[in-house]
Design a protein around this ligand. Structure first.
Ligand code: OAD
Length: 267
């Protein structure tokens, strides 16, 4: 592989593995989220229709967990690298907002293809609001609290939902726009990931593609390595274990994200 500064356009894809050492559960490792919760109970549009309270309890718990976590050396290494390289793009499947919180200088704005835990949207018109409230505590009791997933600038934004301004129905906040339930702004199973046009454009024009901490089983993200390879990019995978896309990976580096990511992106 050439030295990193000889690549013109670099696209990075991240998954839950990059945040694991910050204390955020991955999905498919043992003790992962999908071992403890059924996808069809908490992460589909049908689940929200059937039991919005259960869905909001689950996402309140995830907001609390994400807010307690801090960006780790891997998140920070990507920001340092982006400061020194003119054309780096970050696509993340993660909803934990750790890339954003690592990026105090706004050097590497992530494309959040699966949404974000610090946003909610109107379940009628889709307007997106900044919202970092955990509406329920870890015991599942109604106890709205700010989680600090949003910073003070986001809190003063006109689209930030202050819970004391909201109307509620059955403990679920109603959107200021249509007065219907708000939902977590998360892409659920059966829904279309966000920003796909932009993502495909970046992938088809990059000359280095780096996949970090993702199991490569959820599409369309699982197809990005193949897409980058087809576009002629050099492809690298940094992960704790091999992933199914071996045929499209030029270089596989095995290890923990906080160790291998800073070493790979050293500047
Ligand atoms: P997974 O839980 O499927 O995979 C995490 C990957 O990270 C696995 O391959 C682990 O081996 C690896 N890993 C774990 N700890 C690591 C560490 N410390 N350092 C490096 N690698 C580590 O998570 P994702 O691939 O992100 O979607 O899952 C993709 C999507 O499936 C998620 O965005 C989510 C989920 O359902 C939605 O909720 C829409």
């Amino acid at each position: 592989m050439k030295p990193l500064n000889e690549y013109k356009k670099i696209v990075i894809l991240t998954g839950a593995g990059i945040s694991a050492e910050s204390g955020i559960s991955t999905f498919r490792d043992s003790q992962g989220l999908w071992e403890q919760h059924k996808i069809e109970d908490v992460a589909t549009p049908e689940a929200f229709e059937k039991d919005p309270l259960l869905v909001w309890k689950f996402y309140s718990m995830r907001r609390l967990q994400a807010a307690k976590a801090k960006p780790n050396l891997a998140h920070l290494a990507l920001i340092q690298f982006a400061k020194a390289h003119p054309d780096v793009h970050l696509i993340t499947q993660n909803v934990d907002a750790l890339h954003l919180r690592a990026d105090t200088t706004h050097s590497l704005p992530p494309i959040c293809m699966h949404g974000s835990l610090h946003e909610s949207s109107c379940s009628n018109c889709g307007i997106v609001y900044l919202d970092d409230y955990a509406y329920f505590n870890e015991l599942g009791d109604y106890a709205p609290q700010e989680t600090e997933l949003c910073d003070s600038t986001q809190r003063s934004h006109q689209h930030y939902l202050h819970h004391y301004n909201l109307e509620y129905r059955n403990f679920i906040p109603l959107s200021p726009c249509c007065k219907v339930m708000i939902r977590p702004h998360i892409v659920w199973f059966g829904e279309m990931p966000q920003h796909m046009e932009k993502i495909y454009h970046q992938i088809s024009h990059c000359d280095l593609f780096v996949s970090i901490g993702t199991s490569g089983v959820v599409y369309p993200a699982a197809s990005f390595l193949a897409g980058a390879k087809a576009a002629g990019a050099h492809t690298v995978c940094l992960n704790k274990e091999p992933i199914p896309q071996a045929a499209f990976i030029d270089e596989f580096i095995e290890g923990s994200a906080t160790d291998i990511v800073p070493r790979f992106f050293r500047i």
